[in-house]
Design a protein around this ligand. Structure first.
Ligand code: NDP
Length: 334
C-alpha cells in the first residue's frame, strides 16, 4: 500500500481543515485535531486520521453539531457536568478537565459527567493528563451495540472501553485503555481494509458461527474479551455511561443512530482521585516500587509502554498514512 509521510503539524492541519470544511467551528475542529495528532504520534492508527471520514459523514448528515459549545456546571461539590449539546467529545473533555482537577484536589475525589457528545476516540487522551496532574483517573464510554453478551449471538453492548491512569514519579503516567470487546471495532475495520484475518475469538458471523473474517464479524457480532468476565465489564460501562448519567445505553444509542459509521451520541464518565486524601502519602513512590518488582519478570511490560515508545520514536520527519486515506481527506476538504 502506498504511504504518504506527514509531520505532526501537517496531521493537525489536515484534520482541522477537513473538519472545518465540513461544519466544525475552530474550537471543535482544533480539539479533535489535537486528539487525532496525539493518536498518530503514539502509533494508535485506528484513532488518528483514519477517523476523519467517519466524523465528516456524521457532520454532513447533521448527526453531530460541529458548532456546539459545551456548557460546564458543578452539579455537586465533587461532580462536574459538561452538557455537550450534540457536539464532539474532545472539546467537552478539554473544557471539563481543569474543573475536574480542582474538584478532585478540593474534595479528595471528583467525577466528570459528560452528556450528549459523540465519542470516537481512545480514552488515554483524557486520562493521561489527569495522572500527569498527580491524580488517579478512570474513564468509561459506551457505544452502539456491536458486541454480543457472553452466551448470546446478537449485538447488545458497544465495545464499551474503560481506561485507568496512575501518576508516575517522573510526572508521567501509566495508562491502560481497553475495549471490553476482544478487539476495538476500528482495528476490525482496518483488518478488513488491509485484507487481514482476525484472531480467533474476536467475533461471530450473523448466524452466530465463530469466524476470523473481519467482514463477517462486522455484519455479525463482536465478542467480549475473556467471555463472561469481559461481558460483565461491558455491562458495568453501559450502566455507568447510560442510566447513571441520564444518558443512552448501548442499545438506545444504536436505536438513535443513523448508522452512518460515525460516532453515536452518548455519555462519558471520568473519575479523578487525589492519592493524598486516601492516606496514600507515598502512593506514587510505592506505585514505582510495584512497577519495578513487576518488571523484574522477563517478558513483562507496563501498559502504555508501546505508546510511549512510539511517541519517543516518532521521527521529526513525522508519521505515515496510506495514500488512499490522504487522498480521501483532501477530497473531503474540497
Ligand atoms: P489493546 O488491546 O490494543 O490494548 C489495551 C491496553 O493493554 C493498552 O493500554 C495497551 O498498552 C495494553 N497492553 C497491550 N499489550 C500489553 C502487554 N503485552 N503488556 C501490558 N500491557 C499491554 O486495546 P483495545 O483494542 O482494547 O482498544 C484500543 C483503543 O480503542 C483504546 O484506546 C480504546 O479506548 C479505544 N476504543 C474506543 C471506543 C469508543 O467508543 N470511543 C470503543 C472501543 C475502543 P499499549 O497501548 O502500550 O499497547
Amino acid at each position: 500500500m502506498d504511504q504518504v509521510s506527514l509531520t505532526l503539524a501537517e496531521v493537525t492541519d489536515l484534520a482541522t481543515r477537513a473538519l472545518m470544511a465540513n461544519g466544525c467551528n475552530e474550537a471543535n475542529a482544533a480539539a479533535v485535531a489535537r486528539n487525532m495528532t496525539a493518536a498518530e504520534r503514539d502509533g494508535c492508527k485506528s484513532h488518528g486520521l483514519f477517523r476523519v471520514p467517519g466524523y465528516v459523514k456524521s457532520l454532513r448528515a447533521g448527526k453531530i453539531d460541529g458548532q456546539a459549545m459545551p456548557v460546564v456546571t458543578h452539579t455537586g461539590p465533587c461532580v462536574v457536568t459538561v452538557e455537550g449539546h450534540g457536539g464532539l467529545a474532545p472539546l467537552a473533555q478539554e473544557m471539563g478537565r481543569q474543573p475536574l482537577i480542582e474538584a478532585a484536589r478540593a474534595q479528595g475525589m471528583a467525577a466528570l459527567a459528560i452528556r450528549r457528545t459523540h465519542h470516537y476516540a481512545a480514552l488515554w487522551p483524557e486520562t493521561e493528563p489527569l495522572a500527569e496532574a498527580g491524580l488517579v483517573a478512570m474513564a468509561f464510554v459506551n457505544a452502539p451495540p456491536y458486541v454480543a453478551p457472553a452466551g448470546g449471538t446478537k449485538p447488545f453492548f458497544g465495545t464499551n472501553p474503560m481506561a485507568f491512569a496512575w501518576p508516575r514519579a517522573d510526572g508521567g503516567a501509566m495508562v491502560w485503555d481497553q475495549a471490553s470487546s476482544m478487539m476495538a471495532r476500528g482495528e476490525i475495520q482496518i483488518a478488513k481494509r488491509d485484507g487481514h484475518d482476525l484472531p480467533p475469538g474476536a467475533g461471530i458471523d450473523k448466524d452466530g458461527n465463530p469466524t476470523t473474517d473481519p467482514a463477517a464479524v462486522l455484519e455479525g457480532a463482536q465478542l467480549p474479551f475473556g467471555g463472561y468476565k469481559g461481558g460483565a465489564i461491558a455491562l458495568m460501562v453501559d450502566l455507568l455511561c447510560g442510566p447513571l448519567l441520564g444518558e443512552v445505553s448501548s442499545v438506545e444509542a444504536g436505536a438513535a443512530d443513523n448508522r452512518d459509521g460515525g460516532p453515536a451520541t452518548g455519555g462519558e464518565l471520568i473519575l479523578a482521585i487525589d492519592p493524598a486524601a486516601f492516606g496514600g502519602t507515598d502512593a506514587i513512590a510505592r506505585g514505582e516500587r510495584l512497577f519495578t518488582a513487576m518488571l523484574e519478570q522477563e517478558g513483562v511490560r507496563l501498559p502504555g509502554d508501546r505508546r510511549h515508545a512510539a511517541r519517543a520514536q516518532t521521527p521529526v520527519g513525522g508519521i505515515e498514512i496510506p495514500k488512499s486515506l490522504a487522498d480521501t481527506i483532501h477530497d473531503l476538504i474540497g
